[in-house]
Design a protein around this ligand. Structure first.
Ligand SMILES: Nc1ncnc2c1ncn2[C@@H]1O[C@H](COP(=O)(O)OP(=O)(O)OP(=O)(O)O)[C@@H](O)[C@H]1O
Length: 234
């Protein structure tokens, strides 16, 4: 069996302290492997976004350990942690988070710049990523000139800048109609399998489930179910 890309051991996150303390995550242990789509389900307030933030090294848990690509996060300072995140993690958001004044390819190039890809290679790499997402012919469009599904494809192209091996998507289909949303998750499923990266999707959308290899269920900050998905489209 391959080594997991990401491992969480007894992770706990508490917001606030004293009388107002709220346990958002309790005793979470799991492994995430390359080449798989993991779907994270749970009611509102169950801790899904908090868990995604821990997985993406945006939030250090108060309890437990997180090991990304063999590196225990508790041993890393802020700078090393940021560098690890930049190298390994790509984020996709519900509302795309594109810069409205930048063209599609410039939105991707900004991420390449952040990952220190030399300026003279950014244009070609941005185009390559947009092509991969079927958005090459829209590269010069501004976000306002794109449909929701097209904006999300640009956002996925941007998340892939620098070839991270962990893609974290928080409600990526929530702002899209059914068919478009399915197209976007089919693309994420494809990327996980073709590029051998791990994809974790938080969603309330039942149409996502057929594209998942594995389903995790959170309730009140606890993992209540961890199973292989039935009928995935791989
Ligand atoms: N920065 C914060 N400070 C205090 N409490 C927080 C903070 N962020 C989240 N919480 C609380 O932690 C719990 C888990 O929140 P989280 O956003 O992770 O849940 P979620 O499952 O993603 O919810 P939703 O589906 O509504 O987005 C909730 O009770 C929330 O109110």
């Amino acid at each position: 069996m391959s080594t997991p890309l990401l491992r969480l051991e007894g992770v706990g996150v508490t917001y606030g302290s004293g009388a107002t303390a709220l346990a958002a995550l309790v005793g979470i242990s799991l492994e995430i492997s390359a080449g798989e789509v993991t779907l994270l389900l749970g009611p509102s307030g169950s801790g899904k976004t908090t868990l995604l933030q821990v997985m993406g090294c945006l939030l250090r848990p108060g309890q437990g350990r997180v090991v990304l690509d063999g590196r225990p996060l508790e041993t890393l300072g802020a700078e090393a942690l940021a560098a690890l995140r930049l190298a390994h993690v790509g984020f996709v958001f519900q509302h795309y988070n594109l810069f409205p004044t930048l063209r599609a390819w410039e939105n991707v190039a900004v991420a390449l710049d952040l990952k220190q890809v030399p300026r003279n290679r950014q244009n070609a790499q941005a185009m390559h990523l947009l092509d991969k997402l079927g958005m090459g012919d829209r590269a010069s469009h501004f976000p306002a000139e794109l449909s929701g599904g097209q904006k999300q494809r640009v956002a996925i192209a941007r998340a892939l800048a620098g070839s991270p091996n962990l893609i974290l998507a928080d409600e990526p289909t929530a702002a899209l109609d059914g068919k478009t949303g399915q197209g976007v998750v089919a693309t994420l499923h494809d990327l996980a399998h073709r590029e051998n990266c791990a994809v974790v999707i938080v969603s309330h959308d039942p149409r996502v489930e057929p594209f998942a290899d594995r389903v995790l269920h959170l309730e009140d900050g606890r993992l209540t179910d961890d199973r292989r998905a039935a009928g995935n489209q791989a």
